[in-house]
Design a protein around this ligand. Structure first.
Ligand code: HSE
Length: 390
């Protein structure tokens, strides 16, 4: 095992309390020699070769947060014929085509259920349960920290920075919490989901994302007055017959929606399928034990030689990715000159107030992509109203 942080320790607890799992941790490789650990020193090594070159290690569990080092470890492990379980979404999303090739070339298996939505078993369901079913869209709440922050701001009136600090203290946030609040973490998870749901590899940098850093008390109040909540909702779905679009945006959620009840560090995933129709998965998306339980499930699956087959890849001939879609959004700004920042194709509502102003209307996703930098720098927010992209 590599790493002994929140997830590593969570897995250790889960493994100790689970009966019947045919797995034993042989060695734990960590970086910091001086950090106080809750296990005796003899369990640890500081040299990755002690694990990668040990012929008796048949499975490497990678749980470190440095995605580049994680990729080197996973690459070496797979090339030398060892199976790998990881919870590193950044590493998986950034290298998926290479990781698939490596598995094929070395006849190994890489499993990463713990990388996507913690304890919600979405990857294995997309792979196995929906293996032949035509999927229309997958959306939901994929990041526990931002959901926790938005919940605490909405329910308890907490300031953004205090809510973020709590998410960090509880072990939900990444070591670099910018990955959470910027929407990047949700984007990595969406990119992985797209591979298993639609058989396309869309690199994270090609998916538009806007996180929650721009959400202000004005927006929360606006939502509350209309009995809605704001959630960060990644979306991937078909447009027409042969295209797929994807983005990560805050979204207003009305009271009758399933996602309305998904609060704190919980995640929810909605899959729209041709015959199964709408299905909703709900569970804890962050934290040591929930993520450790997903990692343990992969360790157990490894014991019966389970490997992803990437079955949806066979169904994607003539299927392309598009960002040329229109979304119905709310655009809130404070400075009157920011009104002109976004070009709408159609405006249905405008409001100019003393404290803040907003526009509701249709905007092309490409326009949002072009203005991404300004949207992150200015005191503005863009919140999706949730209509199907057209
Ligand atoms: N930082 C992540 C989250 C951890 O908050 O969802 C689980 O992937």
């Amino acid at each position: 095992m590599f790493g002994y942080g929140v997830v590593g320790q969570g897995l250790h607890d889960v493994l100790e309390k689970s009966t019947g799992v045919r797995a034993e941790i042989r060695r734990i490789c960590v970086k910091d020699k001086h950090k106080k650990r809750r296990l005796p020193l003899r369990y640890f090594t500081f040299d990755k070769r002690d694990i990668l070159e040990d012929p008796e290690v048949n499975l490497v569990v990678e749980l470190i947060d440095d995605a580049d080092e994680a990729f080197r470890i996973v690459g070496e492990a797979l090339s030398s014929g060892k199976n790998v379980v990881t919870a590193n979404k950044k590493m998986v999303a950034e290298h998926l085509p290479e990781l698939i090739r490596l598995q094929q070339d070395s006849h190994t298996s890489l499993l990463y259920e713990g990388a996507v939505c913690g304890a919600v078993p979405i990857i294995r369901n997309l792979e196995e349960y929906y293996d032949h079913e035509w999927l229309g869209s997958v959306r939901g709440i994929f990041n526990g920290s931002t959901n926790y922050i938005l919940t605490r701001m909405y329910k308890d009136g907490l300031a953004y920075t205090d809510a973020l600090q709590e998410a960090q203290e509880q072990g939900f946030a990444e070591s670099d919490p910018w990955l959470d609040v910027s929407g990047m973490d949700a984007t990595y998870k969406l990119s992985i989901i797209i591979e298993h749901a639609f058989g396309l590899n869309i690199r994270p940098e090609d998916i538009f994302h806007l996180g929650i850093t721009g959400i202000s008390n004005h927006d929360i109040r606006y939502a509350a007055e209309k009995k809605m909540k704001i959630k960060l909702v990644p979306y991937a779905g078909r447009v027409g017959k042969n295209s797929l679009t994807a983005f990560v945006l805050p979204r207003f959620i009305t009271g009758e929606k399933q996602l309305y009840q998904v609060d704190n560090e919980y995640n929810g995933v909605i899959v729209e399928a041709a015959f199964a129709e709408k299905q909703f998965f709900f569970g804890k998306g962050a934290g040591g034990h929930p993520t450790g339980s997903a990692v343990l499930s992969d360790i157990s699956a490894n014991a019966y030689d389970y490997a992803y087959e990437y079955k949806k890849r066979r169904q994607t001939r003539n299927f392309t990715y598009t960002t040329d879609v229109n979304l119905n959004v709310y655009f809130r700004y404070l400075n009157p000159e920011d009104r002109a920042l976004l070009e709408f194709t159609d405006i249905s509502e405008t409001c100019s107030g003393r404290e803040y102003s907003y526009i509701i209307g249709k905007i092309n996703l490409r326009e949002l992509m072009e203005k991404s930098e300004q949207l992150n720098q200015k005191s503005v927010s863009v919140i999706n109203l949730g209509d199907k992209p057209t």
